[in-house]
Design a protein around this ligand. Structure first.
Ligand SMILES: Nc1ncnc2c1ncn2[C@@H]1O[C@H](COP(=O)(O)OP(=O)(O)OP(=O)(O)O)[C@@H](O)[C@H]1O
Ligand SMILES: [Mg+2]
Length: 310
């Protein structure tokens, strides 16, 4: 039995908009699943229906075997959610907010745990501050502390790193890694492919309310892992030298940059040879950059493949 089982879930909002169009997905205990997709794809809607914040129009969802509609309490007690939107009581103090969250789930008082969580999130010295006195990034940390306070078995992080600094991002991934070690199942949404790449076991791609793909990260990365080498030249060129004509290079930025696309899965990427050939052709290099394909590139590839198949 998977930790979360989503079966043919549809969600139409009152406006008539169908945000989920028959989504099915199994999430295994202890895995980290990254949910990727553009704005409006249905990520938050999917998470909200799993957490029981909104009800599916049709289809079923279970968490730990508990149906999220008919056995709301059973499902809810396993779940922690770090929401995309900051929804905190401005006059409440940090420590009380976090304490309350634990109490809400019927967990016994455990101030040592709360201290550990707040310290981990560099919030301990703010514990007596009112929420309104915190910066945006600190409020996001409070949201995380709240979700962790009741020791969820399944943790949802909806865009946890949107608008946060490098340090919090690092802290957060450390915490996520620690939770995974403790056996917590983690579902996160992000627009940063590097982030998903760094931390996820599996990646699901969602677009227009449909789950287009669910795959082991390593398999996905090798399949879609195209990288670009950007060669900046000292002097711009009008055309490629004849010696480089069949190397599949692209000229960009008014001839200042040569772009070479290669597959990271290949044993021989051909980069070393290419750089030598560029020099031999008399071009002087000014700078080199490599760029991993963005989520958008991967996404466009997936969507167009889907359309080709249709
Ligand atoms: N409460 C609501 N009422 C009506 N429509 C909604 C509601 N919430 C979301 N939608 C619509 O449902 C669709 C999916 O929205 P959702 O918030 O799930 O997307 P998302 O993938 O989380 O996007 P983002 O990356 O921007 O957070 C969008 O078209 C959105 O406008
Ligand atoms: Mg969202």
């Amino acid at each position: 039995m998977p930790m979360v089982r989503i079966t043919d879930v549809r969600k139409a909002y009152a406006s008539g908009l169908e945000a989920l169009k028959g989504a099915s997905l199994d999430i295994h205990e202890g895995e980290i699943l990254a949910l990727l997709g553009p704005n409006g794809a249905g990520k938050t809607t999917l998470i909200s229906t799993i957490c029981g914040i909104t009800q599916p129009t049709s289809g079923t969802i279970t968490v730990g075997g508990h149906d999220v509609v008919t056995d709301y309490r059973g499902a809810r007690s396993l779940v922690g959610l770090v929401p995309q939107e900051i929804n905190l009581e401005p006059f409440e103090r940090v420590i009380n907010t976090v304490r309350f969250s634990r109490g809400l789930f019927g967990k016994p008082k455990d101030d040592a745990l709360l201290e550990r969580i707040l310290r981990q999130l560099s919030l301990w010295d703010k514990k007596d501050n009112r929420i309104m006195e915190l910066s945006g990034g600190m409020k996001r940390r409070v949201l995380i502390a709240k979700a962790l306070a009741h020791e969820p078995r399944v943790l949802f992080l909806d865009e946890p790193t949107a608008g946060v600094d490098v340090e919090l991002r690092r802290d957060m991934w450390e915490i996520v890694a620690g939770l995974k070690k403790a056996g917590v199942t983690i579902i996160l949404t992000t627009h940063y492919i590097e982030e998903a790449e760094a931390i996820a076991d599996r990646i699901a791609v969602i677009n227009k309310g449909e789950i287009l793909l669910v795959e082991e990260k390593t398999a996905l990365m090798t399949r879609l892992g195209q990288k670009e080498l950007r060669i900046e030249l000292h002097e711009p060129v009008d055309a490629l030298p004849a010696a480089l004509a069949d190397r599949g290079l692209r000229i960009e930025e008014g001839g200042q940059v040569l772009v070479y696309t290669y597959d990271t899965a290949q044993e021989r990427t051909g980069i070393a040879t290419l750089i030598r050939e560029v020099s031999e052709a008399g071009l002087v290099l000014r700078d080199l950059q490599t760029r991993q394909n963005s989520l958008e590139d991967i996404f466009v590839g997936l969507v167009s493949k889907q359309e080709d198949a249709a």
